[in-house]
Write a protein that binds this ligand. Structure first.
Ligand code: 13P
Length: 308
């Protein structure tokens, strides 16, 4: 069933959990997310970046993902991740997305407000919800890199004002995560005090980007299979649970799915040197992604703070 982000996150707020948003780009990744969510009877978000839409086609992915979302046995939002312009938002509206993000976080505050407000105006006119972003997290977002030292954490008072001035339905905040597999050099940490302050002040659900766990067992297997992966480090499950308890209601995951996909394909090809049926290869990848999504949904279930 296709629903808006607003509806999904309202339920998450009432019951104190976070909804998983998973980046997808083809049939198999979307099937993995929906099958995992259906086995756990959990609402879920299919997220598509602009890069994924350039890869797969707005219209083509729109038809596919919208059909899959509508027919799913759980509530699903189809969400544009990191929309960079009102033009992008309009394309998402045209092709049937139920939720969009306008990411003006790299802009000066007033410009971010103006751009986000315009996205809210056009999206709300057709009943689609909008996520905005304030503060900047480190790492790679589509084609734009933000260095670790330059990341700006979100100020709670400014965030309250931003929501009031723009009318967004959800807000992505910077509290110490970063996109990609290499989130931390030392001990993984989040600014949990800031997160609590944001939850207390901001009247809409909070979103955590760059939240992949980069599980050690996948990294070890990737290395054993010959992948050049260095020393990546993600957000540990316990820290993520704590973030949910402190008010995070949507958690984005991309890296963990990519890693699971790649490890599964490498393992399958090593173990089955005679197989060249793409369906068999992609089925192995899909099964690996299902496991990742199931695990993430379990972690995001059940905090202790309920909103309102
Ligand atoms: P990860 O790179 O940690 O998976 O984060 C993805 C993300 O935030 C997409 O918006």
């Amino acid at each position: 069933m296709l629903v808006t982000l607003r509806e999904l996150l309202a339920d998450a707020g009432r019951h104190g959990y976070a909804v998983g948003a998973f980046n997808v780009y083809n049939l198999e990744s979307a099937q993995a997310v929906l099958r995992a969510a259906e086995t756990l009877d959990a609402p879920v978000i299919l997220a598509t970046s602009e890069k994924a839409l350039r890869y797969g086609g707005w219209r083509e992915l729109g038809v596919l993902l919208r059909t899959m979302a509508r027919e799913a046995r759980v509530p699903v939002a189809l969400h544009l991740d990191h929309g960079s312009s009102v033009e992008s938002v309009l394309l998402a509206l045209r092709y049937g997305w139920s939720s969009v993000m306008l990411d003006g976080s790299h802009l000066p505050y007033e410009e971010n407000v103006a751009l986000t407000r315009e996205a809210v105006r056009v999206a709300h006119a057709v009943g689609v919800s909008v996520e905005g972003e304030l503060g900047e997290i480190a790492g790679i977002e589509d084609d734009r890199a933000v260095e670790e030292g330059r990341a700006r954490l979100t100020d709670p008072e400014q965030a309250r004002k931003f929501v009031k001035e723009t009318g967004v339905d959800a807000l992505a905040v910077a509290v110490g995560t970063s996109h990609g597999a290499y989130k931390y050099h030392g001990t993984p940490r989040l600014d949990l005090e800031r997160l609590s302050a944001l939850h207390a002040r901001v009247p809409v659900p909070l979103v955590l980007h760059g939240a992949s766990g980069v599980p050690a067992h996948l990294v070890e297997e990737a290395r054993a299979l010959g992948m050049e992966i260095g020393d990546p480090q993600g957000v540990p499950d316990d820290l993520l649970r704590e973030a949910v308890q402190r008010g995070i209601r949507k958690v984005n995951t991309d890296t963990d799915l990519r890693l699971a996909f790649t490890v599964a394909v490498r393992r399958f090809l090593r173990d089955h040197p005679g197989v060249f049926d793409p369906r068999k290869i992609l089925e192995a990848a899909r099964n690996a992604m299902i496991k990742v999504v199931q695990h993430r949904i379990e972690v995001l279930r059940g905090g202790t703070i309920h909103d309102g």
